[in-house]
Design a protein around this ligand. Structure first.
Ligand SMILES: [Zn+2]
Length: 276
């Protein structure tokens, strides 16, 4: 799979972007890597995951470093738990700082949407699939965190539906971007998980699953989410193609590290006028 993501760097902090999304001037986005932060040991160095064994102050300091290098005001961030549910939450300017400057006000939220300017939606990952969705016509944005459970639960389609319901977004106007996560080259599962994907009958699951001789299966989470988005009416879906497990020196991978790893964050906001 070709890697469509661009590696950028500012103030010594690497980050990843989608060139096609960077071309839309009203939006600002970036994905962190595992580099450029101050965490030590197996969390070295850009750990943006709270609750992964790092000191909270260190993680907060990493957020400040990353936000400064990428141009996101830290007070604009909105973070949620993202613990493998499929609930979507609409947020606005009043929620800025949630989960970073004050405790998270909500439980079990894996997707966020907004049409307010200057609100940075955060999506986490380290193998799980982070998805960014933008409506350039009637500016609105959404992010969602799709591990295999969220993928099977069609959180990507739920995010699209929420944008339709809350903002009147037309699915055909939306553009979706599938960020760094475990690729079809590396996402190996056992039969119980494979069966969950076989059940996605409308998505031609036989072409998303590759059976191995050892009784294991390889699943294409990227293409599964792309088909879910297309089924929801999104015409333009870009798969970043950067496999986390294949690039353990650049990005965090839960599987490559055996679970001893930090967290990455994808950020997306609608720019405020004066920032253009
Ligand atoms: Zn891989």
């Amino acid at each position: 799979m070709q890697n469509h993501m661009k590696e950028c760097r500012n103030e010594g902090v690497p980050f990843l972007t989608f060139p096609e999304l960077s071309e839309l001037p009203q939006f600002h986005h970036a994905f962190s890597t595992r580099l450029g932060g101050i965490s030590q040991g197996y969390l070295a160095s850009m750990n943006l995951g709270f609750g992964r064994g790092d000191d909270e102050k260190t993680v907060l300091r990493n957020y400040r470093i990353f936000c400064h290098a990428t141009g996101f005001p830290i007070g604009s961030l909105v973070l949620t738990a993202q613990d493998h549910h499929t609930n979507i939450r609409r947020v606005g300017r009043e929620d800025r700082g949630a989960g970073i400057l004050f405790p998270k006000p909500w439980q079990s939220i894996d997707g966020l949407i907004t049409n307010d300017k200057g609100v940075t939606l955060c999506v986490f990952g380290a193998d799980c699939v982070p998805i960014l969705i933008v409506d350039p016509i009637s500016p609105a944005i959404g992010v969602c965190h799709a591990g295999w459970r969220g993928t099977v639960g069609k959180i990507a389609a739920k995010t699209v539906l929420s944008m339709q319901r809350e903002f009147g977004s037309l699915p055909q106007n939306l553009q979706a971007f599938i960020g760094p996560s475990i690729g079809p080259c590396c996402f190996e599962v056992d039969e119980p998980v494979e069966r969950e994907f076989v059940a996605l009958k409308t998505l031609q699951p036989e072409t998303l699953i590759e059976e191995k001789s050892n009784g294991k299966y390889y699943i294409d989470l990227w293409e599964t989410n792309a088909r879910i988005l297309k089924e929801a009416g999104v015409l333009k879906v870009t798969i970043g193609g950067l496999c986390t497990k294949c690039h353990p020196g650049l990005v965090w991978s839960h599987r490559a590290s055996g679970g001893k790893r930090g967290g990455m964050c994808g950020m997306l906001m609608i720019r405020e006028e004066e920032e253009r």
